[in-house]
Design a protein around this ligand. Structure first.
Ligand code: AMP
Length: 216
C-alpha cells in the first residue's frame, strides 16, 4: 500500500503548474506547497527572509538553494504535515532535487510521480504577462485564455515578476537550471510528460490518469 500521494509539478514558468496543483490538491486532499507562494507571502508580511527573497524574485532570479531547502525541510518534517502533498515550483535546481531525495529517504517517503507540464516556449510569454491571481482564493486566471466569468467575485492582482523583462529572465533561468531535472527524474522512472497547451480541464484529466495509475 502506498504511504501517500507525493507529486512534483515540473514545467516552465507559465506552464500551468500552479493552476493544476490547485485543482489536483483539492481532489486528492493534498497539501499544495508552492515555494513561490510561500516566498510572496513572506515578502508581503515583510519578514527578513521575504524581503531578501523579493529582490531575487522581482528580477527573475532564483532564491538561493539553502533558503528554499530550509523551507521545504521545515514543512515535510512537521508532525502535522498531510500524508498527500504536491510540490509546485520545487525543486528547481539539481542541488534542490538531491536535497529532496535525501529528505525523502530520511522520512521514509517515495515520490509517486513527477509531472512535467510541457508548453511551447512561444505561448509562455502571453500566459505570464496576462496572468492574474486572486488574493483571497489563490485561484489563477488568464485574461485571454482563462478569464473569470465574474471578475467582481475575485480580488485579482498581477505578480511583480510577470513583467516582460522578468519573464524573459525567468524563462532563461528555467532552461539553464530547471530543465536538466527532466533527465534527472526520467532516470528514476518517475517522470510523466503532460501536454500543457490544452484546455485546463484536459490537462487536469491527463494528470489524474497518471496519478491514479501510479498510486495503485
Ligand atoms: P513561482 O511562483 O514558482 O513562479 O516562483 C516565483 C519566484 O520565486 C521564482 O522566479 C524564484 O525567484 C522564486 N522561487 C520559487 N521557487 C523557487 C525554488 N524552488 N528555487 C529558487 N527560487 C524559487
Amino acid at each position: 500500500m502506498s504511504n501517500g500521494i507525493h507529486l512534483i509539478f515540473l514545467g516552465a514558468p507559465g506552464a500551468g503548474k500552479g493552476t493544476q496543483a490547485h485543482v489536483i490538491a483539492e481532489q486528492y486532499q493534498a497539501a499544495h506547497v508552492s515555494t513561490g507562494d510561500i516566498l510572496r507571502q513572506a515578502a508581503r508580511e515583510g519578514t527578513e527572509m521575504g524581503l531578501k527573497a523579493k529582490t531575487f524574485m522581482d528580477s527573475g532570479h532564483l532564491v538561493p538553494d539553502e533558503v528554499i531547502i530550509g523551507l521545504i525541510r521545515e514543512r515535510l518534517t512537521h508532525a502535522d504535515f498531510p500524508k498527500n502533498w504536491i510540490m509546485d515550483g520545487f525543486p528547481r535546481t539539481l542541488a534542490q532535487a538531491q536535497a529532496l531525495d535525501q529528505l525523502l529517504a530520511e522520512i521514509g517517503q517515495d515520490l509517486t510521480a513527477v509531472l512535467n507540464i510541457d508548453v511551447p516556449l512561444d505561448l509562455l510569454m502571453d500566459r505570464l504577462t496576462l496572468r492574474r491571481t486572486c488574493r483571497k482564493t489563490g485561484k489563477i486566471f488568464n485574461l485571454k485564455f482563462n478569464p473569470p466569468e465574474d471578475p467582481s467575485l475575485y480580488d485579482l492582482y498581477q505578480r511583480d515578476d510577470d513583467t516582460p523583462e522578468a519573464v524573459e529572465k525567468r524563462l532563461k533561468v528555467y532552461q539553464e537550471q530547471t530543465q536538466p531535472l527532466i533527465a534527472y527524474y526520467d532516470k528514476t522512472g518517475k517522470l510523466a510528460d503532460i501536454q500543457g497547451d490544452l484546455e485546463v480541464t484536459q490537462v487536469t484529466e491527463a494528470i489524474q490518469e497518471v496519478v491514479n495509475q501510479r498510486n495503485r
